[in-house]
Design a protein around this ligand. Structure first.
Ligand SMILES: Nc1ncnc2c1ncn2[C@@H]1O[C@H](COP(=O)(O)OP(=O)(O)OP(=O)(O)O)[C@@H](O)[C@H]1O
Length: 228
């Protein structure tokens, strides 16, 4: 179980024609595995992430989350599923400048209308698990790029999602820190039984991922085991 796209087509207007950003894509990311999606700029990686994240509805095809086909889901149902079942980590860590590391996580739980106090211990435990135990009360400008990215990952996990969608997590990091972040994502996928989907240009770190797919012109051209 995890997230799957079946025969997904997504088009955008392109002059008089339509551009096929996703051209009959079949894609599966299993729970407990780190799945990478690579490919050149404009090949459709962000589009795939947006469809898997229920942010964009495809023209045709199915999105299946933990075995449930979401084709007929209403906008309200998709929003609820996004909050409750999916986690997102964006390219830049997108942290709110005025909030501490702990508060970044609590802001997400607050959005769900739950009591903040009940979640504070959990947020702190999660940050500590991700190596940020001594940075719980620091604001983004007091953290390094790698630490900010780990706060963003913790925030993506705070609702215990089935699927964590990660867009270019290492674009602002040097090679060592990139490797640490990707190793962390692999550990989290394995330990927490989450399907982690990571879009990356970082071909040097693919030995750390469990599954790897390549996009080209809207097509998922190959899925190959990264450890071969
Ligand atoms: N909102 C949009 N309207 C029109 N065309 C779009 C839109 N979003 C993306 N596209 C086009 O769809 C194609 C796929 O774009 P997408 O952003 O998914 O690629 P990508 O692989 O993520 O690229 P990058 O690595 O540069 O982020 C591109 O040709 C892009 O120009």
């Amino acid at each position: 179980m995890g997230i799957a796209l079946r025969n997904v087509v997504l088009t955008y207007p392109d002059g008089d024609a339509r551009l096929r950003a996703l051209d009959d894509v079949d894609f599966t990311a299993e729970r407990g595995r780190l799945t990478a999606v690579t490919g050149p700029s404009g090949s459709g990686k962000s589009s795939l992430l947006a469809v898997a994240g229920l942010l964009t509805t495809p023209d045709s095809g199915q999105v299946v989350l933990d075995g449930s086909d979401l084709t007929g889901a209403t906008r309200a149902q998709r929003t609820a599923l996004r909050r409750e079942r999916l986690g997102f980590v964006f390219q830049q860590s997108n942290l709110l400048p005025s909030l501490t590391a702990t508060e970044q996580l609590l802001a997400v739980t607050h959005l769900r209308g739950e009591r903040v106090r009940a979640h504070r211990d959990r947020a702190r435990a999660l940050l500590t698990e991700l190596g940020l135990g001594t940075h719980l009360d620091k604001r983004p400008h007091q953290l390094s790029g790698g630490q900010r990215q780990r706060v963003a990952i913790a925030r993506g996990l705070v609702n215990d999602p089935a699927v964590l969608l990660v867009d270019e997590p290492t674009s602002a990091l040097d090679e060592d820190r990139s490797r640490q972040v990707i190793a962390l994502l692999a550990d989290l996928a394995h330990d927490r039984d989450v399907a982690v989907v990571m879009v990356t240009h970082d071909l040097g770190q693919l030995d750390l991922v469990d599954d790897c797919h390549r996009m080209h012109s809207g097509r998922l051209t190959s899925g190959f085991p990264a450890r071969l």
